[in-house]
Write a protein that binds this ligand. Structure first.
Ligand code: MEV
Length: 299
C-alpha cells in the first residue's frame, strides 16, 4: 500500500502561487493507493468518490490520471489503481494532491520503479495542474515529503525544526471550497487592481518570513498573532466566508492564540494554534462544527 500526506498551510496560501513563501505541515492522514494487475488497464478507482476512470475519460479525474500516466511513461500499464482518501475533498487539507501522489507511487511500485520524494512530488504536480489549473506545487510537495517546511514555487520543500510541539486544532466549516475557483478569483483581482493585490501578497510573504522565526523559536503566541493577521489579509483577498470567520471567532473565544482558514478558502477548514487544542475542538463541537487536534512535533 502506497501513502501520501494531507496538509495544512500554517501561513501563506494564495501568495505562494505568486512566488512568496508559505509554511505547510503534513497531517498524519492523507491517502493510500495500491495497483493490481488488470488486463483492461490502466484504470483508476476511487470507491469513496464512486469513481472508476481510464486515461481517455474526459472528467477531471480521468485527465489527472492520464497526466500522471504520461509523466511516468506508463500509458500502457495493465493495472487498476485503487485509491482511498482519508481526508475530505474540498476541505482545504490537500486531499487531491494526496490522492495524486499516492496514485503515482502505486503506479511506480507496480512498474517496479519506486518513486523518490522528488519524483512523487513532480508526478503529483502533473495531477494538480489538471485539477487546480495553476497550483504553486506546495500541496504535492508536502503530500510526497511530509514534515513541516517552507515552500517557494519551483523549489523543494525546506524542512524546518520546530522549537517545541505545536498544538493545532483543525475545524471543518461543513462547506466545501474549490481551490481552482478561489485561485482564479485572486488572479482576476490581481489583474483588476494589481498594485493593491501585490501589496497584500507582499504582506502575506513578510508574515511568513517572521512566522518561520516564531515557529523555530517555539513562540506560539506570536505564531498565533501571525495567523490572525494572515486571516485578515486572506479576507481582503475575498477568500474567507461567514463560516470561516465564525470558526475563527469561536477558536479565539476558547483561548486560541490565533486562527485562520487553511488552503484555498471559500469553505473548507480552519486552523487554530492553541496550548490545549482539544479545548478548541470542544468549543467548535458545542456549536455544531466537527474538528480534530494534531501536534506538530519537535523534529
Ligand atoms: C492550496 O492548498 C493552496 C493555494 O495557495 C493554492 C496553491 O498554492 O496551489 C490556495
Amino acid at each position: 500500500m502506497e501513502q501520501a500526506f494531507g496538509k495544512v498551510i500554517l501561513l501563506g496560501e494564495h501568495a505562494v502561487v505568486y512566488g512568496r513563501p508559505a509554511i505547510a505541515a503534513a497531517l498524519p492522514r492523507g491517502a493510500t493507493a495500491r495497483a493490481e494487475a488488470e488486463p483492461a488497464g490502466p484504470l483508476l478507482a476511487v470507491p469513496a468518490w464512486g469513481a472508476l476512470v481510464g486515461p481517455a475519460d474526459s472528467s477531471d479525474l480521468g485527465r489527472a490520471f492520464s497526466a500522471v500516466l504520461g509523466w511516468l511513461g506508463a500509458g500502457e500499464a495493465r493495472c487498476r489503481v485503487v485509491a482511498q482518501p482519508s481526508i475530505p475533498a474540498g476541505g482545504g487539507l490537500g486531499c487531491s494532491a494526496a490522492v495524486g501522489v499516492a496514485v503515482a507511487r502505486a503506479l511506480g511500485a507496480f512498474l517496479g520503479r519506486p518513486l523518490d520524494v522528488g519524483e512523487a512530488s513532480a508526478a503529483g504536480l502533473a495531477w494538480e495542474r489538471v485539477i487546480h489549473g495553476n497550483p504553486s506545487g506546495i500541496d504535492n510537495a508536502v503530500a510526497a515529503g511530509g514534515g513541516v517546511g517552507v515552500y517557494r514555487r519551483g523549489q523543494p520543500l525546506r524542512q524546518i525544526s520546530l522549537g517545541l510541539t505545536v498544538g493545532l486544532a483543525i475545524g471543518d466549516t461543513g462547506t466545501r471550497g474549490s481551490t481552482r475557483a478561489m485561485v482564479e478569483s485572486v488572479a482576476r483581482q490581481r489583474e483588476r487592481r494589481p498594485e493593491a493585490v501585490e501589496k497584500l501578497l507582499d504582506a502575506i510573504g513578510a508574515l511568513v518570513e517572521s512566522g518561520v522565526a516564531a515557529l523555530e523559536r517555539g513562540h506560539l503566541r506570536v505564531l498565533g498573532q501571525h495567523l490572525d493577521l494572515n486571516q485578515a489579509l486572506l479576507a481582503s483577498l475575498l477568500v474567507s466566508t461567514a463560516e470561516i470567520e465564525e470558526l475563527c471567532a469561536i477558536a479565539r473565544g476558547a483561548g486560541a492564540f490565533g486562527a485562520k482558514l487553511t488552503g484555498g478558502g471559500g469553505g473548507g477548514s480552519v486552523i487554530a494554534v492553541a496550548e490545549r487544542p482539544n479545548e478548541i475542538v470542544q468549543a467548535w463541537s458545542s456549536q455544531g462544527y466537527a474538528g480534530f487536534a494534531v501536534e506538530l512535533g519537535c523534529q
